[in-house]
Design a protein around this ligand. Structure first.
Ligand code: AMP
Length: 210
């Protein structure tokens, strides 16, 4: 299965990608997580990306394509992959096509802007391993501590309400047109965000026939 997850920031792409990744035994490639790790480690990519990420703007396409190409060349991607948060613009989607990076489906998780703003204010992210939690819908076992690695849970800088609004407008302007792009190729599938993570996963399974 070669899958792209589309949807607004906070739609639940990361959470669903992780569940599908375990079930299908294929890796998730999250450009957001790769960029955050690069920023934390102060690599050249991280230094280039920092100002864009912190302002809720998109990192230039060439940086993103380089990251994805390098990651997909690794052996664990041979049987499939889930792209979480990439492509995010039509030029990124075209670049992936030109490089022969195939996909079976682009799955869009649909959710309203109001719901996103409510949701993002409760999101907590592990400083160490990037695992995400939500204080109400998916709380960690111990407040402020990652269930998986024991790392500290923080509010991502770009999850602050003003930045969330900037990210939503970038999503509508730059990323949403990808739905028509993949629809024209017969690859688009859409599911509605459901009240719980499990129900949304069920919708996705039904929609993809897995
Ligand atoms: P995410 O964790 O997917 O919400 O990504 C966090 C931030 O990383 C975004 O707001 C962008 O600044 C940057 N980013 C992640 N993926 C991409 C991409 N495919 N293209 C451009 N910027 C990206």
């Amino acid at each position: 299965m070669k899958l792209i997850l589309l949807g607004a920031p906070g739609a639940g792409k990361g959470t669903q990608a992780e569940i599908l990744s375990r079930e299908l035994n294929i890796p998730t490639i999250s450009t957001g997580n790769i960029l955050r790790a690069a920023m934390k480690n102060g690599t050249p990519v991280g230094l280039k990306a920092k100002a864009f990420v912190e302002a809720g703007q998109l990192v230039p396409d060439d940086v993103i394509i380089g990251i994805v190409e390098e990651r997909l060349a690794q052996d664990d991607c041979l049987n499939g992959y889930i792209l979480d948060g990439v492509p995010r613009t039509i030029p990124q989607a075209e670049a992936l096509e030109e490089k022969g990076i195939a996909i079976d489906y682009a799955l869009s998780i649909e959710i309203s802007d109001d719901e996103i703003v409510k949701r993002m204010s409760g999101r907590r992210t592990c400083k160490e391993c990037s695992q995400t939690f939500h204080i109400i819908s998916n709380p960690p076992k111990k407040e402020g501590v990652c269930d998986f690695c024991g790392g500290e849970l923080i509010v991502r800088k770009d999850d602050a309400p003003e930045t969330v609004k900037a990210r939503l407008s970038v999503y509508h302007a730059e990323t949403e047109p990808l739905k028509a792009f993949y629809e024209a190729r017969g690859k688009l599938k859409t599911v509605s965000n459901m009240p719980t993570i499990e129900e949304t996963t069920d919708e996705i399974r039904k929609c993809l026939g897995i």
